[in-house]
Design a protein around this ligand. Sequence first.
Ligand SMILES: [Zn+2]
Length: 217
Amino acid sequence: MAGKLAIGSRDVLFVVDIQNDFCPDGSLAVPRGHEVVPLINALAARFAHVVLTQDWHPRGHLSFASSHTDKQPFQTIDVAYGKQILWPDHCVQGTSGAAFHDGLNITHAELVLRKGHHRGVDSYSAFYENDHKTRTGLAGYLRERGLTRVFLAGLAFDFCVRYSAEDAHREGFETFVFEDACRSIDVDGSAAATRRQFESLGIRCISAGTFMEGKNS
Ligand SMILES: [Zn+2]
């Protein structure tokens, strides 16, 4: 197994949404979100191929509670494509909140994939928007580049990491999540639900710390 996890030229690391608004003092802070930054920098140094994802919403986005009358953040509403949790305004295009955390240092990243830019559809996943139909183009990008295994780390474990991992699996990529290089929002048990779903799909949660020591099995 250890050999299987030797990182090679067909592997890609997704660094999910390490943005100021998801870190302490941000508008949608993931508890202790900033803590993963040094570990992710060290992880990324082991990968030749890194994709950064960036939540990138226009003002007045459908996912913002402030875009709806009499709604509060973390309430759920019905929209054309199903249920949508409403969030505080966050990661508005061009704002400091949407910028990557200052400590992120992955200059060799080859792609910045921006998502959530359609005003009427949210996008947790880096592959599909929340209607589960609109593609971001990422699967095609990975295939054209000959990348076959996807490793994920970042924010938040139970939303954008979760849905990106599930869609990577669905698209036929072997998928791994560095759970200790993620942090959760944990709305209504969403972190535990994420672990159950990963287990049922065969998405492996692995330890970045152990991986870095070369002990992963
Ligand atoms: Zn968002």
